[in-house]
Write a protein that binds this ligand. Sequence first.
Ligand SMILES: C[S@@+](CC[C@H](N)C(=O)[O-])C[C@H]1O[C@@H](n2cnc3c(N)ncnc32)[C@H](O)[C@@H]1O
Length: 361
Amino acid sequence: MITVNDYINDKNLTAPCFLCGDALRVLAYLPDNCIDCVITSPPYYMKRQYLGGGIGLEATYQEYIDNLLAIVKEIYRVMKSTGSFWLNIGDSYKNKQLLNIPYRVAIRMQDEQNWILRNTVVWDKMKGAMTQSKDSLGCEYEPMFHFVKKKKGYYYDSDAVRKKPRSTYVENGAVVSATGVSGVRYRRKIELSTELTEEQRRNACQALDNVLDRIKKGELSDFRMVIKGANQRVTNGDTVNLSGRAKELQEKGFYFLYYNPDGSMISDVWQIIPEDTQGRKLHFAPFPEDLVKTPIVLTCPPEGIVLDPFVGTGTTSYVAAQLKRRSIGIDMAQEYLELAENRCAEYGCLYCRPPEFTLGK
Ligand SMILES: C[S@@+](CC[C@H](N)C(=O)[O-])C[C@H]1O[C@@H](n2cnc3c(N)ncnc32)[C@H](O)[C@@H]1O
């Protein structure tokens, strides 16, 4: 017999682990600081009746938020200080009033539980549910909050999600950067500038040659050059007091913006079509797999443990297993955990049952 604590401590147990019960009660069995990454989507307020009951159908939204925050407080306790918490939560209307629930939850987490909010990702669903409303717009996005426990030093593998840069090429003998910026155009701008002194003009040409050389050698993939008096928009505004770049422009007559050779960081808008195949008959709201992939590769170290306290059909566990991360999934409904177990069958499954959460059916 093994317990959920044995699972946490034994790195050789790689199969997803499932626990059936109320998240608040089940989380109490987990030790402090043992989880690397939490990704979850709790039931939204007044949207659906799930098979096992649970939160979401409280009489008031305040009660719903209180109940959710009690679970979130436990998440804070079990998550490592290097960990990340990704919370996807949708909004609800009551008496025509959009309740702003995601933001009320996020603000209370910041104010009452010391969570640090690093991003509010907009999940752009690219297609909305059919709206019957004739006096409000259809909603096609949901927020996904990224919270951490400390300002610096949380696990964050930005290289895992960078958009790979296109490479440079040579056209008519001139080096052209990944996005089509050529030295020829900039040299012409330098020559035509009405505001550069002769010395600044010489220095600008020399600096441009150096940058093109670095592009040729593959040290840089792309750049922009801003030249005084060349009718370009100045990044961060023209005011010398406000911007170091504006100051550089005034003193040297030019500055460069360099692109990361490993690619640019992804933005906080994610276009992902909602899931509508997995377990629709029994469960109405599974995660799309892509919504879980980015948080895992970005914020869970290889072989780390991902937790989903409202795991439903097991999307988080399944994607975690694909990406070679261990996982713990909790849900009130036995029926959903069976779907999750079937879905993860190729990785094997560990089922820890109440009351002590020992392994076995
Ligand atoms: C929005 S669904 C999660 C769907 C999941 N992301 C997936 O991909 O299938 C919310 C889940 O929370 C479960 N639930 C509701 N209240 C709970 C509670 N107090 N403790 C544990 N699970 C609960 C429901 O049974 C439901 O499966």
